[in-house]
Ligand binder design. Structure first.
Ligand SMILES: [Zn+2]
Length: 327
């Protein structure tokens, strides 16, 4: 016990949390009810895990984390080795579709980086992380720009991949209106405090007819419903908005986009991670323990995908030729 006490004293004390009590990020309503509470699965060094609440807006049904660390303090909740910020370990692996994926053709072309050419091929990846997607698209001839609030990740992409990346968020003074043909947001929109402002700015930097692609966890899928607070993709407090297909469509439309499709995306590794989190609880159901096995998780993820209730989804939306600021 003495040794443990001394070790705790050696750990840095995390900064105090400044809380932000937010209205609904979609409609601005204040009335909301608690859906679930869950602890931070990656707590800050020297701090016991804090518990956060997911709320459902009484007006538009958007799910969002509230109260939440404010925009300045949220960075303290990202571990140094946060997975999306890691750079690809082997560059030769970037952009290589699996044999199964190529044979079945089930994977979405956008997810594999084979995005149909749009306009002049100018692409902005919002939340570029370690730059693997940017690299894939640059190799295919796209003129790419990466944007990420993690300064370390941006510097890494510049130094190691030689790609154009800038630190910050939207709006950004270096990004002009109508200057991109495609904007992508791979698992990034759920991390921001003001998703409506981000989407409106994505609309502004897109040329008319340009495409927006948003991939994010599906809070209405079977894994979210089955695992509740143990659902891996809750990732509290780093995930601030928990979209369903309906609320994602509503928010995209409110920002001016024409939504072409919201597709399901499979993630058997997410399902296994949820099963591992659930298995930590005493008396966890047998089927939750069973889903820690890779073959079973793959089958369950496939079944959820076929039923339209996957862990993850991807929306494709267009900036219409009409409306919005002129170029
Ligand atoms: Zn609302």
């Amino acid at each position: 016990m003495l040794l443990r006490t001394r070790r705790l004293h050696l750990l840095p004390t995390p900064p105090a949390v400044t809380w932000d009590d937010s209205p609904c990020p979609l409609c601005g309503a204040r009335e909301a009810s608690t859906v679930c509470e869950a602890a931070d699965a990656s707590p800050r060094a020297g701090s016991p895990p804090l518990t956060f609440a997911v709320m459902r807006c009484g007006e538009c049904e958007l799910l969002y984390t509230n109260p939440r660390p404010d925009a300045e303090g949220i960075a303290d909740f990202y571990p140094d080795d946060y997975r999306p910020h890691r750079r690809p370990r082997k560059l030769r692996e970037v952009g290589r579709a699996s044999l199964w994926g190529r044979w079945t053709g089930r994977r979405h072309p956008e997810r594999d980086g084979r995005l149909p050419w749009v306009g002049r091929g100018r692409l902005l990846d919002f939340g570029c992380g370690g730059g693997s997607y940017l690299k894939r698209m640059a190799d295919q001839g796209w003129s790419v720009t990466g944007l990420d609030s993690a300064v370390g990740a941006v510097r890494g992409v510049q130094a190691e991949l030689g790609l154009h990346t800038i630190a910050g968020t939207l709006p950004h003074p270096h990004l002009d209106p109508c200057s991109f043909d495609v904007v992508t947001m791979w698992q990034s929109l759920e991390h921001v405090h003001e998703p409506m402002a981000i989407l409106r700015e994505a609309f502004r930097v897109l040329a008319p007819g340009g495409r927006l692609i948003v991939a994010c966890p599906n809070a209405d899928g079977w894994p979210a419903r089955a695992f509740g607070p143990d659902w891996f993709a809750l990732d509290l407090p780093r995930h601030l908005t928990h979209f369903t297909p309906l609320t994602l469509r509503t928010m995209l439309a409110a920002a001016g986009f024409r939504v072409e499709a919201v597709r399901q995306v499979r993630h058997s590794d997410w399902l296994r991670s949820s099963a591992r989190l659930a298995s930590r609880r005493p008396g966890a159901a047998w089927w939750k323990r069973a889903l820690t096995a890779k073959p079973l998780a793959k089958f369950a993820a496939w079944a959820a995908f076929m039923l339209g209730a996957s862990d993850c989804m991807m929306a494709v939306a267009e900036r219409p030729d009409f409306g919005g600021p002129s170029c």
